[in-house]
Write a protein that binds this ligand. Structure first.
Ligand SMILES: [Fe+2]
Length: 339
């Protein structure tokens, strides 16, 4: 009986060795498969990169280099596919990006009426709060009491939250402005009703697409002139409350186009809540919107998440740049999060 445990203990190392060997073999098999996959990924990325055009941040692709929406979307799909980001497929299609003609702009929403609404909301808040924060940001020429300025040409924007529980920025300004817009809508202000309806329609549309209830988190009305082009950038995801998708409603004073270029760039952000402003990018193509159209993109398409590594650096992100072709326009940008 005393020998049995000795025998067992003599056998034990042999079994352990075999297991270790098996594990080692499995590990090296996995490593060689991973190396093979990495090599294949690099090859695909290299091949893909060669088909795109390299631009500096401040350069716009020349007219001859413009690539239309269909080809642009197919390139976005290739970029996402390389990183397997289309599995499971995004509810917006493989590109995670589309023009949503289903969300109609109310005819009551015009550039002038939205300016009027923004002013009305701004002054109502300033009166009520007597808070320098709401008046201190005013541009003397525009009188937008609650508006911040942004971008090289100083576009104005009004943050208005979009639901009662939306944070609407660190100051809570968006929530206050949204409450004002809702109260104007209750008093039959046509523009305010149009904005509330736009968000209601948007919510129904994106919730239907994603098959789960989404709600508006942050929303801004951005007023810009033709000089106010945005630089090439990738949006932040707003993590930890990362947006599921973002809608951008475009409206101009007259019939006009808005060109949004898409590209992919090395992503050296430390934090995905920040915007990415790359020094160069690979041009993928253009999305051209008519006044009144909306585009919707998921967090990857809007640049809120990395898309690839390898040949493009540690991480890459989809980037975009917005160029209105009209002198005077408004974009209403809404971040949709899980309800
Ligand atoms: Fe953006």
């Amino acid at each position: 009986m005393a020998k049995t445990p000795a025998k067992k203990s003599a056998k034990a190392p042999a079994i352990a060795l075999t297991e270790r060997q098996a594990k080692k073999a499995e590990k090296s098999e996995k490593a060689s498969e991973a190396a093979k996959n990495a090599a294949a990924l690099k090859k695909r990325l290299d091949a893909l990169t060669k088909t795109f055009t390299d631009y500096n941040r401040d350069q716009m692709p020349p007219n001859s280099a413009r690539i239309g929406t269909d080809e642009m979307l197919s390139r976005v799909i290739q970029v996402r596919d390389v990183y397997d980001l289309v599995k499971p497929p995004t509810s917006l299609g493989a590109a995670g990006l589309r023009i949503a003609d289903e969300i109609q702009m109310d005819p009551a929403l015009t550039v002038d009426s939205l300016r009027g609404l923004a002013l009305q909301a701004s002054f109502a808040i300033a009166d009520e709060k007597g808070d320098g924060r709401y008046t201190g940001l005013a541009d003397p020429q525009s009188g937008y009491a609650t508006m911040s300025t942004w971008g090289p040409g100083k576009a104005h924007f009004l943050e208005f939250g979009g639901s009662k529980d939306a944070a609407g920025g660190t100051s809570g300004m968006g929530r206050v402005a949204w409450a004002k817009i809702e109260s104007f809508a209750e008093k039959d202000d046509e523009t305010a009703k149009g904005v509330v309806k736009l968000l209601d329609d948007g919510r129904a549309f994106v919730s239907g697409l994603f098959g789960e209830p989404l709600r508006a988190d942050r929303a801004t009305m951005q007023f810009a002139k033709i000089r106010d082009v945005s630089g090439v950038h990738a949006d932040g995801s707003g993590s930890p409350n990362a947006f599921v998708c973002r809608t951008v409603h475009f409206l101009s004073a007259g019939p006009a186009k808005k060109r949004v270029i898409w590209g992919v760039a090395p992503d050296d952000r430390k934090d995905l809540t920040n915007l990415l402003s790359p020094s160069y990018y690979w041009y993928l193509g253009d999305l051209v919107l008519q006044s009144g159209q909306t585009y919707v993109g998921d967090a990857v398409a809007m640049g809120g998440h990395h898309v690839a590594g390898g040949a493009w650096g540690a991480h890459s992100a989809l980037v975009h740049k917005v160029t209105p072709a009209a002198d005077d326009q408004v974009a209403i940008v809404v971040d949709w999060v899980r309800a």
